[in-house]
Ligand binder design. Structure first.
Ligand code: ZN
Length: 258
């Protein structure tokens, strides 16, 4: 796969009006540049926040936007600005920048979209997180639980698009939310402390998720993938593995048949 969006850097990036605009803005804002297979781009801007940090549009907003555009996207380049630079004048990504990149990568993969890079700009300067992370793989570690959480959200969201599931969806979402909170509390404790707490059980998940009664092969495959992930293991699947399923789902969402 050719990364059009990554290869259009550095000068082409600033030729995009929305990027040019945020480069000199006094508040942080996110710009998502979507590309379809024909490399045609569409730009989705995040909202301008009162806070000092930029907010990435939620998956719901991204899905709504895809439906509105009726275009199947294959790639996204994420750009946001830093209104101020530290004394040394170099762009430094915040921890939130790095974490949100990782989350977005998974969320987009679930829609079949590859996140080609996250570029932080400030005036005429730019920093590619892809290059920045190159020698520090630690940032790319995500544990099974986090992946699972995104897959849960994805399945719930996918189900919302079909009225067939509406009678069971609320109970499933509530169940997942409660259960995920418990699992997260447990795994957020340091490993040496965990021995003092009972490990949360996720036994009912299989039963609950089967209430979706989906006949959709793609959703079924995703559910199986999901059930195979252990909460406490570091990444065993990659976004690339999910992209083909996500792409099928994206096509169905656009066609209104998901
Ligand atoms: Zn930032």
């Amino acid at each position: 796969m050719k990364f059009y969006l990554s290869s259009c850097l550095p000068c082409d990036l600033f030729s995009i009006a929305e990027v040019k605009k945020i480069a000199v803005m006094r508040r942080e804002q996110v710009v998502l540049i979507f590309a379809n297979r024909e490399k045609k781009i569409n730009v989705l801007c995040g909202k301008t926040c009162e806070h000092e940090w930029a907010v990435i549009p939620s998956v719901n907003i991204i899905i709504e936007w895809i439906i509105k555009k009726r275009t199947c996207y294959h790639e996204v380049l994420l750009v946001h600005n830093h209104p101020e630079l530290p004394w040394h004048g170099e762009i430094i990504p915040s921890e939130a920048d790095i974490i949100s990149t990782e989350f977005l990568k998974w969320q987009l993969a679930l829609l079949g979209i590859n996140l080609s890079d996250h570029v932080i700009i400030s005036g005429h300067k730019k920093l590619s997180l892809k290059e920045y992370n190159l020698n520090d793989k630690e940032y790319l570690k995500v544990n099974g639980f986090e992946i699972k959480r995104f897959l849960y959200c994805f399945l719930a969201q996918a189900a919302v698009f079909s009225h067939r599931y509406s009678s069971t969806i609320n109970s499933i979402v509530n169940y997942l939310e409660n259960n995920l909170d418990k699992i997260r509390d447990y795994y957020e404790k340091p490993a040496f402390l965990r021995i003092f707490y009972p490990k949360p059980q996720d036994k009912q998940f299989k039963a609950k998720i089967s209430q979706l009664k989906t006949t959709d092969e793609i959703i079924k495959k995703l559910i199986n993938l999901l059930l195979a992930i252990r909460d406490d293991k570091n990444i065993i699947i990659t976004p690339e593995k999910i992209i083909p399923y996500g792409l099928e789902l994206q096509k169905k969402i656009i066609a209104g048949t998901a």
